[in-house]
Design a protein around this ligand. Structure first.
Ligand code: CO
Length: 300
């Protein structure tokens, strides 16, 4: 380890958080069958994370079809998944702020209508990961991602990016664009990075949709509100959802705190195109990326 490296002192915790997130992601993919409720899938993912000793780093994102990201079901969402839905399962887990972020896309019902889109993001994720080098250029990763997606006649989504991750900070200082020409940054050995290509058959841009039930504290809440203080102690500045409130008092507190909270809109493909996503959390190692959120052997 050189002085210029950034390995977290508790690297084992980051590895463990990523293993848990990967298993929860696979669980979500398996549960995404026709007739399943999105809310039940989200709760199963989040329960898995908690039962394995971690906490969700954000609500399970279950964005469908032209929704690219940032939708989580709320408590009274009874919508069911339909055959042919293109579902993104984006999962975060953390252990004392050691965060992992990983996603995959599944065609509900296992048909083969969207194979091309799913393969495009798998290709792009592999190509992007293979291009990571310590002291290497972020732009090399962006170019590899864009080329893999364009090689299948599809478009990378230009305004969604991968990102470095710090303790309790999901999107830290550095973005990893999905198209080249947008970053002068380089990777540093020991960094934790989420690489997350999005591919679409639409315009390749996103717009803001309705509130997707995801929010986060921009800053600590005003003093003198014990319910809000407890919520902030639980979520810090990581994204959460009102579905996680444990009492009506907590729900009311979130309403009171609106000015302290950032509300996320659903990201929707600008031309209504279908969107696929794949994401791994990687460690920038001495000779390249080590994937921390690989698909594990099934749990038993
Ligand atoms: Co991410």
């Amino acid at each position: 380890m050189t002085p210029a490296s950034r390995y977290p002192p508790d690297l084992d915790r980051w590895r463990e958080a990523a293993r848990i997130a990967a298993r929860a992601r696979e669980l979500g993919i398996r549960l995404a069958v026709p007739g399943a409720r999105r809310r039940d899938v989200a709760e199963a993912i989040e329960t898995y994370v908690r039962e394995h000793g971690a906490q969700p780093a954000f609500p399970a994102n279950l964005s469908r079809n032209d929704e690219a990201a940032h939708y989580t079901p709320d408590a009274d969402d009874v919508a069911e998944l339909a055959d042919g839905d293109l579902l993104k399962v984006d999962v975060g887990a953390h252990l004392d702020g050691a965060v992992a972020d990983t996603a995959d896309t599944v065609e509900v019902g296992g048909g083969r209508r969207h194979v091309h889109l799913i393969r495009a993001v798998h290709d792009a994720l592999a190509a992007g990961i293979a291009a990571v080098r310590p002291d290497g250029r972020v732009d090399d990763v962006s170019r590899a991602i864009a080329e893999a997606i364009r090689a299948r006649g599809l478009k990378p989504v230009v305004d969604l990016t991968g990102h470095t991750i710090d303790r309790y900070v999901l999107h830290a200082g550095k973005s990893i664009p999905n198209v080249p020409g947008m970053s002068d940054a380089t990777f540093v050995e020991g960094e934790i990075v989420a690489i997350e290509p999005f591919a679409t058959n639409g315009a390749g841009r996103i717009g803001n949709g309705a509130f997707g039930h995801i929010q986060r504290f921009r800053r600590p809440p005003p003093a003198g509100d014990p319910v809000l203080a407890e919520l902030f102690a639980r979520f810090r500045t990581l994204p959460f959802t009102a579905r996680w409130a444990r009492s009506p008092e907590e729900r009311q507190a979130l309403d009171r705190a609106r000015r302290t909270l950032q509300a996320y809109p659903v990201f929707v493909e600008a031309a209504g195109g279908l969107v696929a996503q794949a994401e791994h959390t990687v460690l920038v190692g001495p000779s390249g990326a080590e994937v921390l959120s690989l698909a594990p052997a099934p749990d038993r």
